[in-house]
Design a binder for this molecule. Structure first.
Ligand SMILES: [Zn+2]
Length: 317
């Protein structure tokens, strides 16, 4: 076990948003997440160069989950390494690396399902597919408890932390207990002001597991997320802040659960499905949500759908 490992956070920017990739220095250097297709040339290579590191020397590309803003840059980095880097993805999301058309399938099942406008759907699909370099056959598909050795004394343990997406994992640096959780922890949400949660029950379990079982000493997240006052926080969290960030994520989950429970019990959803917020118009009004679900990404429909799916059985007539 190393006493310290050099980690370089790299903010990959695209449009109004950004996603973090993390360079982990070791005999076999790793990059955890990759931004989108343009990020390799635009952000990752230049920032590594400023630190005297060549992108060609990366030996591991570790993906926390299959979303476009995390795996989209994998192909470009892999190419720059002469296809020598080993590409690793959670087993449950390997299909998203293998075949970029799978992103269209997921889009249609989640956000797209609530968007009636064909032109907007088409626009979103084009954005999704151009943000991904190309298909890659993963070298390793990881699951809970797997270990990845980066050579020397640097190794990572895979902890499954699903919920934000169905197969999200956290890579934990052994010994140091630094957790690369990416989007598995969302506090009060990103720019749009709502966490993106595909399965609320799994999300809650995963945050509890990090808080009670993993006890990270550092947390490396995928984006800057908001605190209870709506202020965007750093995506790199250390010390006592880690516990507060995890607790804030559970607090927001409790608020969303309560919100959905009240709306389901009142059955306010039945008729209003043609407005901007579809069947969740009353909820958007109550929380004063003003985000535009016609933008991509937008957490509103994904997250509302998840809580509704989890809680609706309680309110069957
Ligand atoms: Zn994500």
């Amino acid at each position: 076990m190393e006493s310290s490992v050099h980690v370089i956070p790299i903010e990959c920017k695209f449009g109004p948003v950004s996603a973090f990739a993390y360079y982990v220095d070791a005999l076999e250097p790793a990059i955890i997440d990759t931004g989108v297709n343009v990020s390799a040339a635009q952000d990752i290579e230049p920032i590594l160069a400023q630190n005297g590191i060549r992108i060609e020397d990366i030996r591991w590309i570790l993906l926390t989950h299959g979303h476009v803003d995390h795996l989209g840059g994998a192909y470009a980095i892999w190419e720059k390494t002469g296809r020598r880097a080993k590409v690793v993805i959670p087993e449950k999301e390997a299909r998203l690396l293998r075949n970029l058309n799978e992103h269209i399938v997921d889009y249609k099942a989640l956000q797209g399902k609530y968007i009636n406008d064909r032109a907007i759907q088409e626009k979103h699909i084009t954005m999704l597919t151009t943000d991904i370099g190309n298909n890659i056959e993963p070298e390793i598909e990881v699951k809970d408890g797997d270990h990845i050795s980066l050579g020397g004394n640097v190794s990572l343990t895979v902890v499954e932390t699903p919920g934000h997406s169905i197969g999200s994992v956290t890579y934990v640096l052994d010994g140091l207990n630094w957790a690369f959780a990416a989007d598995a922890v969302q506090m009060y949400g990103g720019l749009g002001g709502l966490p993106t949660i595909e399965d609320s029950g799994l999300y809650r379990e995963s945050v509890h597991r990090l808080l009670e079982e993993v006890h990270p000493s550092r947390l490396y997240l995928g984006h800057p997320f908001r605190n209870v006052n709506g202020e965007l926080q750093s995506a790199q969290i250390t010390g006592e802040e880690v516990g507060s960030v995890l607790q804030a994520s559970l607090d927001m989950d409790a608020k969303l659960t309560d919100l959905m429970q009240r709306h389901l019990s009142r059955d306010t959803q039945s008729s209003e499905s043609n407005g901007l917020y579809g069947p969740f118009e009353a909820i958007a009004n109550e929380i004063g949500y003003t985000g535009d679900p016609r933008n991509l990404p937008c957490s509103f429909f994904v997250t509302m759908h998840a809580y509704q799916e989890e809680l609706k059985s309680t309110y069957k007539k």
